[in-house]
Design a protein around this ligand. Structure first.
Ligand SMILES: [Zn+2]
Length: 345
């Protein structure tokens, strides 16, 4: 009985071997995937990964490199980039086990799939495709907007045809002058947290001039960045990768577990899982200014708590609607979303 069972097993094994041999004999007739399965136990392309890096020659664009493990007997690979929410696909055929994409849209998400092929009898047979998750193709802003402005207003002088504002550094050295038609103006392009002196010169139609006393002001440095990283993965406003969706904040490339810091002292007004924002903290800074920190992996404050500038409100993550760990940061002024880059130093 035991011997008989062994024979049955042996016969079954032989049957399997025979079937496999027949498979080998029909390589040109079967799918490439089947051929590859027989040879190296790989049903499909494996370990497909996509990483982005800044291309030195194109400062604001990212190159995404796609890599995968070699498949035995493959004559080549077809790599396809698919933009999230779009049907357009960008494919390339390569013989190596990596491919570069450097012409992708800004501020978009792409996933990359790879399939292997063998050429036989003039036709190509493909393995099934293996895909990555979506990855952000955003651009890197090397410098944040640092420009600050100072609004000036003075008493109007009768018969004045022209005012000019003299902008000086703290030592009284003239940096520039700006003409003004009325008794107020806004001087822009100033550095944050810097002391400036301003003087107004009024010229009457009679060429008589009147000079104001000098006023000294230190420009606004109210806020600090919410993260050590200043890498912008996705900017504020409409973004191409999401149909017509409006991005109400900036995505900062912080990676996972980085500190999310209060940009200014204030009171925590929200600290909980909040829809697509995932674990989310909102801090009210007074004067109608509210900052928001989203997709956190952990929240370190509670509603009603006073926080100081720079205090950690949570750690970055990918909770809620996020495909990779980053810090989504928003700012509101009197209930309206604003571009944080116009406020951060
Ligand atoms: Zn975001």
């Amino acid at each position: 009985m035991v011997i008989l069972k062994k024979m049955v097993v042996l016969l079954l094994s032989l049957a399997v071997i025979i079937t496999m041999s027949m498979g080998f004999g029909l390589i040109s007739e079967v799918h490439a995937a089947d051929t590859m399965t027989s040879n190296n136990n790989t049903t499909t392309v494996s370990n497909v990964s996509a990483t982005s890096s800044v291309a030195a020659s194109r400062a604001k664009f990212k190159t995404i490199k796609v890599k995968w493990d070699a498949v035995d007997d493959a004559d080549g690979y077809v790599v396809t980039a698919t933009q999230k929410g779009k049907s357009t696909k960008i494919s390339q055929v390569v013989t190596d086990t990596d491919a570069d994409y450097s012409n992708l849209s800004n501020n978009s998400q792409y996933k990359f799939s790879v399939k292997a092929y063998v050429s036989a009898d003039g036709t190509e047979k493909y393995s099934s495709a293996k895909s990555t998750d979506y990855i952000v193709s955003g651009y890197l802003k090397t410098t944040a907007k640092t420009s600050k402005s100072v609004s000036l207003k003075w008493s109007a002088i009768a018969d004045t045809t022209n005012y000019s504002v003299v902008v000086m550094n703290k030592n009284g050295k003239t940096l520039k002058t700006k003409a003004a038609k009325t008794n107020k103006t806004k001087v822009t392009g100033l550095k944050a947290d810097t002391k400036y002196k301003f003087k107004v010169v009024a010229t009457k139609s009679t060429s008589e001039t009147t000079t104001s006393t000098t006023v000294t002001t230190t420009t606004n440095s109210d806020y600090i960045w919410p993260s050590a990283s200043r890498q912008i993965l996705s900017g504020y406003g409409y973004r191409s990768g999401y149909g017509s969706s409006y991005h109400e904040g900036i995505d900062i490339g912080t990676g996972y577990g980085a500190k999310a810091k209060a940009i200014k002292s204030g009171t925590v007004i929200l600290a909980k899982y909040y829809f697509g924002y995932g674990k989310c903290v909102e801090v009210s800074h007074g004067n109608g200014v509210v900052s928001l920190y989203a997709h956190l992996s952990s929240i370190k404050v509670h509603k009603g708590q006073r926080v100081s500038q720079g205090q950690m409100v949570g750690r970055t993550g990918a909770t809620g609607s996020a495909t990779c760990a980053h810090l989504h940061f928003s700012m509101m002024v009197h209930g309206n979303m604003v571009n944080p880059l116009n406020y951060l130093p």
